[in-house]
Write a protein that binds this ligand. Sequence first.
Ligand code: ATP
Ligand code: MG
Ligand code: MG
Ligand code: MG
Length: 349
Amino acid sequence: MKTKLSLLYGGKSAEHKVSLQTAKAVIQALDPAKYEIQPIFITTEGQWIKGPLLNGPVETVKELEFSEGDAVAPNALAVALTNTDSDSDVIFPLLHGPNGEDGTVQGMLELLNLPYVGNGVLASAAGMDKVIMKNLFAQAGLEQVKYVWFVRQTWKQNPENAYSEVEEALGYPCFVKPANLGSSVGISKCTNRDELAQAFEEAFQFDRKIIIEEGVTAREIEIGVMGNDAPECSVAGEIVPKKDFYDYKAKYEDGDTALIIPADIDDETYSAMKDMAVDAYKALDNSGLVRADFFLTKEGRILINEVNTMPGFTPFSMFPLLWKHTGVEYPELIEKLVALAKERHEDKQ
Ligand code: ATP
Ligand code: MG
Ligand code: MG
Ligand code: MG
C-alpha cells in the first residue's frame, strides 16, 4: 500500500520561497510507486490551501502555488488531513522558522494524532528559542559562547543599562539576535555601542526577546544528526562565508558561500563534536533530525552554537549534502525520516 505523504510548505516566514523549492525537490525525489503526494500550500498570508493529489514531479514551483481549490483553515485542515482510508499517512512539514519549526504546527499534528516528520512539540519550541536552547545546553555541560538576553520591556525602560550589561558581560565584538528565528534574519555583529544600540532596535523588530552573544573568531562546522532514541551523526561539513559572517544574504541571495564536505578536521575533533551533537540532541529531546552547528577556534575549542530542528532541506542544503557524503542519498534520506516519523508515532501509542 502506498504511503500518503502530505507536504506542508510555503508559510508566512521569511523562508517561504526556500520552502517551495524544498517541496519541489522532495516531490521530485519521491517514488510514485511508493508514495501518494498531498501538497498543502501555506500562502504568505497564512492561508492553507490543499492542492490536488500528485502522482509525480512538477516542472516548476508555480504549479505548487495554488490560488484556488479548497482553501482550508488549520482547523478544517484536521478534517482534510484525517479524511482518509489509509492508516499509513505521514505529514512532512517543510517549514522553517516561527509557525513551522517552532512547535506550533507540531502541536496541531499531535492533536490530530498524525505521524509527522521531524521534531516534536517540545524540541521544536526549545530549539527555536535560542535562550532556552542555550540554557538547556549549559545544563547538559556543553561548552558554548557566553550570552545574555533581554525582553523588549526591560530594554525600553533603560536602554543604556542593557548596553552596559552587555559590555560588562561580553565586550566586543558581540552578536545580537532575535531569540526566535533562523536564517540569520535580524542578526547583527557589533563592535561598539552605537552598533549595539542599532542592533537592539533591529532584533527587537522580529521578537520581544533577544540574545546577545560573545563574538568568536572560529571556523563553522556542522553535523547532521538523525534518529529517535538512538541518534546517528553524519560526516562534518564546514561553511566558509565569503563575507564577514554567514548572514541572510550569503545564505539565500549570493549563494557563493563554500560548503566543504567532509570538513578538514582531525578525528579527535570530529569525534568530540559527534559526542556533543548527540548530547545536545538528548538535552533538547530531539527526534527525527537536527543540524548541529559548531564553532571551532584556532586553539581547538569546540563550542556548540545551535541545533536547527528543520534545517535547510533542498538537495543543495548542508543537511542533505552531509548525509549524501555519509552514504545516504536524498530519496533515501526522505524515506528514513518518514520511517522515523512512523516509529515515533507508534512508540507513543
Ligand atoms: P541558521 O538557523 O540559518 O543556521 P540562525 O539565524 O539560527 O541561522 P546563527 O546560526 O546563530 O543564526 O548565526 C548566523 C551566523 O552568524 C553564523 O553562521 C555565524 O556566521 C555568525 N555568528 C553567530 N553567532 C556568532 C558568534 N557568537 N560568534 C561569531 N559568529 C557568530
Ligand atoms: Mg538556527
Ligand atoms: Mg533555522
Ligand atoms: Mg546556524
